[in-house]
Design a protein around this ligand. Structure first.
Ligand code: ZN
Ligand code: ZN
Length: 603
């Protein structure tokens, strides 16, 4: 049971939301201020033990959560030297139903061995290994698949290091984390730290302040946490900043994560000191709210997703020949079956890439048997011949079934006619595909709005959208999810109705900042037939998807010159729609969870 207690004062605590996704600061989770109900069979407890790490025994203790579990378990690596153990945070997290493990690093607080930053990194990995041991997991009612690292200061660095090097860590929270890779970068800052550390290292054995700084210097490259954005981008990351020396580094990491369209970034700035001395309740509220969201979140790595239905973005591009964004193509995969929506240029190669890199064999080109097209613009259909013929030569033995607007049949006949010589050659007595000529055939179905396809895995409903030609969006209902895809369109009421609280809405969007730089003719076309970020924010607020995925954003990356027809007002590079631009425009207007899709993302 989760109770929320309104706490009026927190509203004023959060002066500066920097992040795109506010955490709902107007409430304090009950577990911050209310004890859990008694559980006589599985009471909470305190377990004390040591974790072996490279010859030392790390003093460790675990606040065991109430209830049978298995409980998600938070590892809370402490700062340096560790006067602030964040015990209050640990207790709130336990009341929220999580186990919390605390430990001392080698060479600190009487633990054997000698301290170094490298050895602390190793210690954290050993603690993770300890919790994954099935015997320990059973003993402490812990779920080894739900390990989360939360660290403050040096502990935040350790948490991020461990999470970025271990893809099976579920999520990470960094609280005013020090960036060891950059602590020597600014001589003045370095001096300030050195002075402070020199007086604080009494509980630390075997390392002086200047030795620690020298060690960090040797690791300047591999200990710069901004570089870990790629490794962390697919998992929930919480960044809680204070007004301290680490603020700029935390900002840099947030920015790097946004650049990479991180799937689950929460960033919050709290106006307080490095220890959060006057904001401990706020800190607990932020962390516990975030943990509660993890349990329900759509943000899951594809690997751990237990759902039967996956959305695989094969191509998120537009007519712009952007090498990083293939032509529009999306696969909805239910168990071993794939359903393709649109087949822009590159679709077959991206499908193979998804099969290999994302380990989704259902999207191997030979397995693509059912496709839907939103409209007949070339950026959505230029991969059609490849889908027909490449799918066939990759092993499809049955005709391709394709559904779409008027004109689809004619397009299909003409493509088959254009490739007559190829098809005849491949099916003649010498031909490699002679044993399965059926695979070269296509059944093209021209559709109207309504239910247009149904099998035991999915029901597909088409709805009319508003584009420069006949066009449709599609709603997919599978045994466990509902997914809606817009295609190219002006905002329409039908999309809102089709989604209506759906699991995933995949929708196009064009940033206002970019549109402002477009020539008038382009702007007029977009205003009629596409959707601005502002319009999408409105639409999604009404449609209420659990996850909004943005795709099909017109953008000319640096170096790819716009054609002369659409010369921008402010120079050749001005028509690049960066992920940050989209992020900013949408997050200022939309409070739901959204991501900016990239090719080969899986949701
Ligand atoms: Zn398009
Ligand atoms: Zn179009």
């Amino acid at each position: 049971m989760k109770r929320l207690i309104p706490l009026a004062t927190t509203l004023t605590l959060f002066g500066s939301w920097l992040g795109p996704q506010p955490l709902g600061a107007q409430t304090t989770p009950a577990s911050v201020v209310v004890d859990p109900p008694m559980d006589k069979q599985f009471p909470p407890g305190l377990a004390m033990f040591t974790v072996p790490s490279h010859g030392a025994d790390l003093d460790s203790w675990l606040y065991l959560a109430s209830g049978a579990g298995p409980h998600g378990t938070v590892i809370l690596p402490h700062g340096l030297p560790g006067y602030e153990m964040s015990g209050d945070l640990a207790q709130s997290i336990r009341r929220a139903g999580w186990n919390v493990l605390l430990f001392h690093y080698r060479g600190t607080w009487g633990v054997g061995g000698v301290f170094s930053q490298s050895s602390a990194i190793e210690d954290a990995a050993e603690v993770v290994r300890f919790l994954r041991d099935p015997a320990n997991a059973a003993k402490y009612r812990a779920d080894p698949k739900r390990l989360v690292l939360i660290g403050h200061s040096f502990g935040g660095f350790i948490a991020a290091y461990e999470a970025s090097h271990d893809p099976d860590i579920k999520a990470v929270a960094m609280i005013a984390a020090v960036n060891l890779g950059r602590i020597n970068a600014d001589p003045k800052e370095r001096e300030a730290r050195l002075k402070r550390w020199e007086t604080q290292l009494h509980p630390v054995r075997g390392a002086t302040a200047s030795e620690l700084l020298a060690e960090a210097e040797r690791h300047a490259k591999d200990w710069d946490y901004v570089q870990w954005a790629e490794a962390l981008r697919t998992r929930p990351v919480l960044l809680v900043e204070a007004d301290d020396q680490n603020h700029a580094d935390m900002e840099a990491l947030a920015s790097a994560l946004r650049q990479k369209s991180a799937l689950g970034l929460e960033q919050i700035a709290v106006p307080t000191d490095h220890s959060f001395s006057d904001h401990r309740i706020a800190l607990q509220s932020i962390v516990v709210s975030w943990l509660e969201k993890l349990e329900t979140s759509e943000i899951q790595s594809p690997k751990e997703r237990s759902t039967r239905t996956k959305v695989v973005l094969l191509g998120t591009g537009t007519p712009v020949p952007d090498p990083d964004r293939s032509g529009p193509a999306t696969a909805i995969v239910v168990d071993d079956r794939a359903y393709l929506i649109d087949f822009g240029p590159g679709v077959v190669r991206r499908a193979e890439a998804a099969a290999l890199k994302r380990e989704i064999p259902a999207v191997e080109p030979g397995n693509l048997k059912v496709a839907f097209v939103t409209h007949l613009h070339s950026d959505h259909t230029a991969g059609y011949s490849d889908l027909i013929l490449g799918g066939w030569t990759s092993g499809r033995t049955v005709p391709l079934e394709v559904y779409g607007p008027t004109g689809l049949q004619s397009m299909t006949e003409h493509i088959l006619q254009a490739y007559r010589i190829d098809i005849e050659t491949r099916t003649n007595p010498d031909g490699n595909q002679r044993r399965f000529p059926e695979g070269s055939k296509v059944n093209a179905h021209e559709i109207k709005s309504g239910v247009i396809y149904k099998d035991e895995k999915v029901t597909v409903t088409a709805f009319a959208t508003k584009h420069a030609m006949e066009s449709y969006g599609y709603r997919f209902e599978t045994p466990d999810r509902t997914i809606v895809i817009s295609g190219d369109t002006n905002p329409v009421e039908e999309t809102i109705k089709a989604c209506n609280g759906c699991d995933v809405l995949i929708h196009e969007a064009q940033p206002l900042e970019l549109l402002a730089k477009m020539p008038e003719s382009m702007r007029a076309f977009d205003a009629k037939y596409h959707t601005t970020t502002e319009q999408l924010a409105d639409l999604a607020t009404k449609a209420k998807p659990k996850l909004l995925v943005i795709y099909h954003t017109v953008s000319f990356p640096t170096g790819i010159a716009p054609p002369r027809l659409i010369q921008p007002k402010a120079g050749a590079d001005a028509l690049y729609a960066s992920p940050e631009m989209l992020q900013k425009e949408l997050s200022s207007r939309y409070s739901g969870h959204f991501v900016i899709g990239r090719d080969l993302d899986v949701y």
